[in-house]
Design a protein around this ligand. Structure first.
Ligand code: CA
Ligand code: CA
Ligand code: ZN
Length: 350
């Protein structure tokens, strides 16, 4: 068993390299479109790690204490983004051809079963127990956000509670991205296939390697493009304190999971590619954003790429403002989620 697990990380890395050409895996081309994307050993890119923190009020990135690093979701390299971008264009062309030919769409909505795996180290909430009530409420929050009730464009995705799995395991209670304990836990616990959402509620270890030493990671998620070869590791890892009604001010409305599920359905951060990267978030109707906000919970009128159209999408679910500020998806993001869910998660929404 031990040998199997220790070779797991190498296999995991190699598979990721093969699939999406993660930055840092292959021989570096040295090209200027390298972008700010993370490598496997450091899931938070340097650009977002140095600025991707909020939770303290200051306008100076470098000088304030860093308390919340938010999200450590791994994004593809530029090679992976190039492939995704081409597949997305093909998908959109096929869909519009089908529409103009008045072909009846096979399926226009999807209800996603959700399993919560509450991995605690003891019986109290401080030790990671989460009662049923917030888990049930969290499903309602997802449905509210994804149906457009909170703002923005309605998505075709709805969520239903499939199960609450309570696990007492002090080793698994602390997870960090790509760790051996994460893989062991997911090997044991994961339910369903590509169209089933597994949410692991744990204490996320914000080691210096992962967060840049800058604080608490609230969640991280595997993207759909990784599913075909990494099925067992699929899902959302959510800090148990970031659940709706939890103890973290500004991260207690359940919108952290809305953000992570956005990744699970394929979305990248709105600040991906910054102002001048070769690729952005691959979504045409989200303005570019230089960095995630740091220092202001809801910086309306922020324009971090002033030479490019549009103010920063501070209300978008896929940036790093506070929970109460993030309330919307765009039409382009809905299309991109539909594409990802159809191609990589067997939902066939076309
Ligand atoms: Ca965009
Ligand atoms: Ca702008
Ligand atoms: Zn994120």
């Amino acid at each position: 068993m031990k040998g199997k697990h220790s070779s797991g990380k190498l296999l995991f890395t190699l598979v990721l390299c093969a699939l999406v050409g993660l930055h840092g895996c292959a021989v570096d081309s040295g090209s200027e479109d390298e972008g700010p994307y993370p490598d496997f050993e450091n899931p938070v890119s340097e650009s977002s790690a140095s600025t991707g923190t909020i939770g303290t009020v200051s306008s100076v990135d470098e000088s304030f204490s860093r308390t919340i690093a938010f999200c450590a979701t791994e994004e593809p390299s530029n090679d992976g983004l190039a492939n995704l971008s081409m597949l997305f264009a093909d998908f959109q062309a096929e869909r519009s051809a089908a529409r103009s030919a008045a072909v009846t769409l096979a399926r226009t909505s999807a209800t996603i079963p959700v399993y919560f795996h509450v991995i605690s180290k003891g019986p109290t909430e401080e030790e990671g127990e989460v009662p049923d009530a917030p888990l049930i409420e969290q499903i309602e929050v997802l449905n509210s956000a994804y149906s457009g009730e909170t703002g923005g464009v309605a998505t075709p995705f709805r969520f239903t509670l499939a199960g609450i799995n309570r696990v007492r395991n002090a080793d698994w209670h602390v997870m960090s991205p790509g760790s051996e304990t994460e893989m062991q836990a997911k090997q044991e616990l994961k339910q369903g296939a590509a169209d089933t959402l597994n949410v692991y509620l744990v204490d996320i270890q914000a080691s210096g390697e992962v967060s840049g030493g800058r604080g608490t990671i609230l969640g991280y998620t595997t993207l759909p493009v990784f599913y075909p070869l990494l099925a067992q590791y699929d899902g959302v890892v959510l800090h148990y304190k970031a659940i709706v009604g939890g103890p973290l001010a500004h991260y207690d409305t359940g919108h952290v999971l809305v953000h992570e599920v956005g990744h699970w359905l394929g979305l990248l951060h709105t600040f991906s590619g910054q102002c001048d990267g070769f690729f952005d978030d691959l979504i045409s109707d989200t303005p570019r954003e230089k960095t995630p906000e740091s220092g202001n919970y809801c910086p309306v009128d922020r324009d971090s790429c002033p030479d490019l159209d549009g103010e920063d999408p501070v209300h978008n679910h896929m940036t790093y403002t506070a929970d109460e500020c993030r309330s919307e998806f765009t039409a382009g993001q809905v299309d991109f989620m539909v594409f990802n869910a159809s191609i990589f998660r067997s939902m066939q929404l076309y």
